[in-house]
Design a protein around this ligand. Structure first.
Ligand SMILES: Nc1nc2c(ncn2[C@@H]2O[C@H](COP(=O)(O)OP(=O)(O)OP(=O)(O)O)[C@@H](O)[C@H]2O)c(=O)[nH]1
Ligand SMILES: [Mg+2]
Length: 231
């Protein structure tokens, strides 16, 4: 029996947003006007699966894992958002990172790449302690990076935290993790970003492989990201 996920009906597949690989002149425009989205998080959290879905709109089956050894940059593409795909998120590049390099290097990468958005992918299937330890180290260093790096801070318009592999835990455990993650964000990032901005960082359940729950959670996460980046 699968886990009950509130608001997500098993067996119902939400329609994914439309992706278009931006080529030629359109590619140049998308590159110039598009956003860089940097995907960070511990090993095996699901960064590559999420990034591939963001770009291609299809989910792999669970278990098809290929460890990422180097930073992977996508070509420019667009994601049609809204019910008619009428609102378009232009992505200059989605950048997938290897988890094995660790949280400090991930935070340092934010200072180096100066992305428009960071997606932090955490693994619900692992122990809460492992998850929060990674996040403490990452946020502590990110605080320094953002306080020292004026341009990185100014350019970073969105941070989203995904509690990925939501299919592996129940509602109570999810709520506990959500609470702990909020605590870590507040503890480390309030000085660099301000209390209001840190409070508004969305912490969303996500599923980045094929399951009985379809694509509803991952589509919601992408819509959330897009909404904030497009406006
Ligand atoms: N059940 C479940 N499995 C998932 C989910 N997302 C990813 N996985 C599985 O988790 C494993 C790791 O996924 P990846 O996307 O390769 O993880 P990663 O964060 O890119 O890992 P590194 O490249 O090593 O840093 C794969 O076997 C996926 O099939 C999810 O939402 N639910
Ligand atoms: Mg990977």
């Amino acid at each position: 029996m699968g886990v009950q996920i509130e608001g997500v009906t098993a067996g119902v597949r939400a329609g994914g947003a439309r992706r278009v690989r931006a080529k030629g002149l359109y590619g140049l425009i998308t590159h110039a006007l598009g956003k860089e989205i940097l995907v960070l998080g511990p090993s095996t959290a699901g960064k590559s699966k999420f990034t591939d879905y963001l770009r291609l709109g299809t989910l792999d089956e669970e278990g098809e894992r290929e460890m990422t050894y180097h930073v992977r940059k996508s070509p420019a593409f667009t994601v049609g958002l809204g019910t008619d795909g009428d609102c378009v998120l232009k992505v200059r590049r989605a950048v997938d990172t290897p988890g094995q390099v660790g949280p400090l290097q991930h935070a340092t990468l934010v200072g180096r790449r100066k992305p428009h958005a960071i997606v932090v992918v955490l693994d619900c299937g692992r122990s809460a302690l492992m998850m929060t330890t990674w996040l403490h180290l990452f946020c502590d260093r990110l605080d320094t990076v953002l306080r020292k790096g004026f341009y990185a801070r100014r350019k970073l318009s969105e941070i989203v935290v995904l509690l990925n592999k939501r299919d592996k835990i129940g509602t109570h455990q999810f709520e506990q993790l959500h609470y702990q993650v909020r605590g870590v964000l507040n503890q480390h990032l309030t000085v660099a970003l301000g209390a209001q901005r840190v409070e508004s960082i969305p912490i969303l359940g996500c599923i980045s492989v094929q399951t009985e729950y379809g694509t509803e959670l991952v589509d919601h996460a992408i819509a959330h990201l897009g909404e904030r980046l497009v406006r």
